[in-house]
Design a binder for this molecule. Structure first.
Ligand code: ADP
Length: 276
């Protein structure tokens, strides 16, 4: 501690141990009561992160919880499509109103703010990060048991903004088997740990294909997630197969019709952190 310490770190240059850590956490608006926030992250794109975010929301919703999805994957937003949502977000005098799925999951995505849903979002990182912050602060989510945040892949500006500004209760990392070799999963994990985020576990997607005739499972991309999960000390929550019916449901906007619950353990983990 500096000799002349006044207890006010904001106007002191000293980097002493007692310096209070600056927090960038932002409050959501007064109309929201969001009990638990879970971020879904991945080292790279295309591994099924949005699919896992959607399935997690669907399974929690089936259990009777009030659920929302904040689609923070601004440059590749795919949540509205999976839920068959084509409408635009509505501006209300109190804030922005999210869309609602057939079963009542609240959804906010940049796609719902674009005139043409297939228009690219050609924005720089800080602008994208600003949009995500706005989805947290200005959207009228109302009362939610769980808000699932579908983060963009990697360890860039936007995931960092989510980690810094939203009070997260946990994060789930999604990977595909071949994603492991390049250690990008470990990078995503380390980033979460650096930001003191509670990592709930790992979901391995596209783990295997099941032969429709004999039922035999083929791990076409190899395996190794168990050992990685052990190495970094996190739970392997699920191994999801490549499931054609799942991608068809996503393409048709019917993800809520999914029968198979691949994320049972992830749902249990979410229930363990539950503050209700
Ligand atoms: P990400 O969010 O990581 O970019 P997505 O969830 O958008 O990945 O998935 C990419 C594509 O792969 C989508 O078309 C999705 O329907 C498909 N997909 C994801 N997981 C599976 C799976 N387990 N079986 C079949 N298709 C899948």
């Amino acid at each position: 501690m500096s000799e002349n310490c006044t207890g006010n770190c904001s106007n002191c240059q000293s980097n002493c141990e007692s310096r209070k850590k600056e927090s960038f956490i932002e409050q959501t608006n007064e109309y929201n009561t969001i009990k638990n926030v879970i971020a879904v992250i991945s080292g790279k794109g295309g591994v099924g992160k949005s699919t896992v975010s959607s399935l997690l929301a669907v399974e929690l919703n089936k259990k009777g919880y009030k659920v929302g999805i904040l689609d923070a994957d601004i440059t590749g937003p795919s949540i509205p499509k999976a839920f068959g949502i084509n409408q635009n977000a509505m501006q209300h005098e109190l804030g922005i109103l999210p869309a609602e799925s057939k079963n009542g999951i609240k959804i906010m995505s940049i796609n719902m703010m674009l005139k043409e849903h297939d228009a690219p979002v050609v924005w720089r990182g800080p602008v994208i990060a600003g949009a995500v912050k706005q989805f947290w602060q200005d959207v009228i989510w109302g009362e939610l048991d769980y808000l699932i945040i579908d983060c963009p892949p990697g360890t860039g500006d936007v995931p960092l903004t989510v980690f810094q500004t939203v009070p997260l209760d946990g994060a789930i990392i999604v990977t595909s088997p071949q994603d492991l070799v390049s250690l990008i999963v470990t990078k995503a994990y380390n980033m979460a740990k650096m930001m003191n985020i509670n990592v709930l576990g790992l979901v391995e997607n596209m783990s295997y294909v099941k032969c429709p005739d004999c039922g035999k499972e083929f791990s076409i991309f190899g395996s190794g997630t168990e050992s990685l999960a052990k190495e970094i000390g996190i739970d392997l929550l699920a191994k999801m197969p490549i499931d054609l019916s799942l991608s068809t449901m996503v393409d048709n906007g019917n993800i809520e019709n999914v029968k198979e619950n691949y994320l049972e353990k992830a749902v249990e983990k979410a229930q363990e952190i539950k503050k209700v």
